[in-house]
Design a protein around this ligand. Sequence first.
Ligand code: TEU
Length: 591
Amino acid sequence: MTQTTPDATSTELLHAADPADAPWWRDAVIYQIYPRSWADSDGDGIGDLPGITARLPYLRDLGVDAIWLSPFYVSPMNDAGYDVADYRDIDPVFGSLSDADLLISTAHGLGLKVLVDLVPNHSSSEHEWFKAALAAGPGSPERARYIFREGKGPGGEEPPNNWPSVFGGEGWTRVTEADGTPGEWYLHIFDTTQPDYDWNNPEVGDEFASILEFWCDRGVDGFRVDVAHGLVKEDGLPDWHGPIQLLDASDMSAEAALPPSHEESARIHETGAGPRPPMWDQDGVHDIYRRWRAVLDAQPAPDRILCAEAWVKPESRLAKYVRSDEMHQAFNFDFLDTHWAAGPLRESITTSFRENDNVGAPTTWVLSNHDVVRHASRLGLDQSLPRPNGISADRAQPDAELGLRRARAATMLMLGLPGSSYVYQGEELGLPESTDMPHEFRQDPTFHRTEGKEIGRDGCRVPIPWVRDAPSLGFGPSDATWLPQPDSYGAYAVDQQAGVEGSTLELYRSLLATRRADRMGLGSASWHPLSGGDVVAVVNASGDGARQTLVLVNLGADAVALPEGATVTHASGPLAEDGMVPTDVAVWARL
Ligand code: TEU
């Protein structure tokens, strides 16, 4: 048995309880639907809105409070819809605006709120504005909505600065002007087909305020804001020699992590700007979010929310996005990125509560999404290495059993903590990453722009298995799936788990039911004396202290004994015969 010596933080209050009438989003569990891959109604192999609407009762039964839909807008789909050509219409592959209306009203009828994805850093190069910018030429007001610049060097042949694209390759593309000559360059932090807006141009701000209103009028309950840390670039667009990702610990950032040059270091020192890349987390972004908050608060029902996707560190910087007059939530990617080790997890939890409480915001926990290796696989990889951004057959494979065991424990920790949580489609099935997808199927621009050095994110985006013995595992009426489903997925299908004791699906259902009944998302959090060493142990208590739930994870090699009188209500795996908690198992226990 491990001797878990209480550490300095034991019994310390980490976070005070919320009042019982707190707004819905402070403790909501929000389920991310990636529309391409959740449910296909017409058999074309790509998920769609009618498919989602038909299966919403599954989510009511799962026990989540809301859904977030990744982009469903008109798009050439060069980045799976994160390249938006029309923010006010649905791509025909997903359906129509009336399908969206029906989805929203059906969800509301089932008691589910609906968040949509807003992509304000860039448009698609197919967007009317960008086409107009190309046609209008240098110096035009149409070009001023984007970041066009003259190139450097003789004939302007070199890009205006050295910024790379997050997806690999250069961050600038040169256009050919109407007269056929090589012309200006435009900035794209992501793919060539995703030109960045110039948020210094008031027209851009007005357009997005109007887009927010458009979707509020259609009844949505909020917006997940894509690349929320990227909209404003440092004045003068200075060169940058450091890593381009702020917190995204993929192997790409490890490779790109060259130390800043002397000039760069001097500049950082002089301006006090901190080692922040000039394309990320500039202070000017906060003015944008204050305006958006005002737009939302002016709506007839002012309980709509904004959630920041901001890969920002340290957490004190991230907390700025959720000050009381800005956004409501910001994904806690620090928690997602924390290795499976008790000390770092405790530290992440402590810092998260501290920084969010400082600004009066809830913490927004998340373990998986459409950009990262699914946590059932990620936690089965060597934890001493940086998180890869994808896995292929020729790279180190995760230990599937270990990964799932840890993932179930990690989820119990996440859902046991106060605050809001996001659940990514399929994680409630314990679904692993597709790790052996043949390269010819890969669609993520990251894979192509790095010539396969980066595997990319397709492995976490594979269509969901619903029924083991059905075409496309019940994803749709035909065999077609836009990405191949691994052979192993049949065993994870919903119909294989529903009603099966001990299945991951039933574990999620039962955790969510208890979390809701006990209002654990609004509870207080303090360290339990067992916390320390290889154990993370938090007491989640109701505001009046009448209910006390111990949320404990054992990450050590030896089993851990629970305190006397604790009644286990949930366990992520079998306990030892004597009731001890084995390695990589979590419990919820009433004290
Ligand atoms: O992601 C933003 C982002 O910076 C990363 O998560 C990035 O996708 C990853 O590091 C690449 O390996 C958002 C969306 O979630 C993502 O799907 C889009 O591709 C991206 O923005 C561009 O819109």
